[in-house]
Design a protein around this ligand. Structure first.
Ligand code: ACO
Length: 326
């Protein structure tokens, strides 16, 4: 291959565990109510992985669906980049398990990236660069999480917000002449490590030798999320000469309906163009963007040729945005 290649989105797939935990169920576990959760977050229910289901098993199901949507076989995939903050094990990478289960192309590579709720964008950026350079010709980009395993189920300020799930996207490298204007146009990524303590897990192999639980200063995260997401959306659109009014769909990381609405108001986005799965998925961290993307493609909202803008913010703080013509 010669010259820079373009990463084309060939197919998407999502997978949610069967078990549903409703707000009413949570009200039996901690001092909360359905109305508090709905009013403050938009969340009504979330899916929870069964015993024996892990991040890799969810990822495998989502990847199989993305491959089917792309009309491709697993052995045609050369690269797997899997975003997760809840790996099956400290090592090897969860992506290695997914690779073994799917049977992707021999001689390829599979690894994890960790940027918490922004992980899918970071994984997309990594895969896009490898494809653009011609180092691999095809990639599975996966966001998969089992946040239920790192929640403190006695802490009402965090346990009501998250759910489990996985989403996957197949990318292939195409000659820009044949790709036309389709494909990933750009990915913008940022990290501000000084905000590390506002959203973190209080354990880890090197610090406590434990897995730990998620801790968060929710209102601080909220404020930074609205500003950082708004700036990223405007910046990636400006960089590629696209007026926000020309974006067909905004596919945000699903943290809180109030964050989605505040961002839309701040930068003048039509809320009808914002894909929201919060009510039924809650916050599935790195899985939330590909899950929302897959759902909106499956139900016919997002169609080939549409301009989509993905955006996310999470622990680190990490955040970013990506622009793609589907
Ligand atoms: N049920 C009932 N009451 C609750 C609950 C609950 N589940 N959780 C908190 N409260 C109480 C608090 O104790 C507090 O009570 P007090 O006034 O007596 O002290 C009151 O509700 C208000 O608490 P706040 O934290 O100020 O509530 P806020 O309006 O900020 O909403 C929330 C909290 C939903 C966490 C919000 O701050 C938020 O969504 N922040 C973003 C965090 C986020 O989404 N993080 C995910 C990872 S990062 C990302 O994805 C962007």
């Amino acid at each position: 291959m010669s010259g820079e290649q373009r990463s084309l989105i060939r197919g998407l797939g999502g997978y949610l565990p069967e078990r549903i935990l409703t707000n009413a169920d949570l009200a039996q576990m901690v001092d909360t109510t359905d109305s508090w959760i709905v009013e403050r977050t938009g969340i009504r229910e979330r899916h929870i992985a069964a015993d024996g289901e892990t991040t890799s098993t969810l990822a495998i199901r989502a990847a199989e669906r993305a491959l089917a949507a792309a009309g491709m076989r697993a052995d045609e995939i050369e690269l797997i980049v899997l975003a997760t903050a809840t790996p099956d094990q400290t090592f090897p990478a969860t992506a290695a398990r997914v690779q073994a289960a799917l049977g992707t192309a021999s001689g390829g590579a599979a690894f994890d990236v960790q940027a918490v709720c922004s992980g899918f964008l970071f994984a997309t950026g990594v895969a896009d660069n490898f494809l653009a350079r011609g180092q691999f010709r095809s990639a599975l980009v996966i966001g998969a999480e089992t946040f239920s395993r790192i929640l403190d189920w006695t802490d009402r300020t965090t346990c009501v917000l998250f759910g489990d799930g996985a989403g996957a996207m197949v990318l292939t490298a195409e000659d820009p002449k044949s790709a036309g204007d389709r494909g990933i146009m750009g990915v913008e990524l940022h990290t501000d490590g000084s905000k590390h303590d506002l959203l973190f897990v209080d354990g880890g192999p090197s610090s406590t030798k434990t897995v730990g639980h998620l801790r968060m200063q929710g209102n601080q995260v909220f404020k930074h999320a609205v500003v950082n997401l708004s700036n990223s959306i405007e910046s990636v659109a400006r960089r590629h000469g696209v007026p926000l009014s020309e974006v067909d769909w905004f596919i945000p990381h699903q943290a809180n309906q109030r964050i989605l609405e505040a961002v839309a108001r701040r930068i003048g986005i039509d809320e009808k163009k914002v894909i929201s799965t919060l009510a039924h998925h809650a916050n599935t961290s790195a899985a939330s963007i590909p899950l929302a993307f897959a759902e909106a493609v499956d139900d016919g909202r997002i169609r080939p040729g549409d301009l989509a803008l993905m955006e996310a913010m999470g622990g680190g703080f990490s955040w970013g945005a990506a622009l793609a013509r589907v």
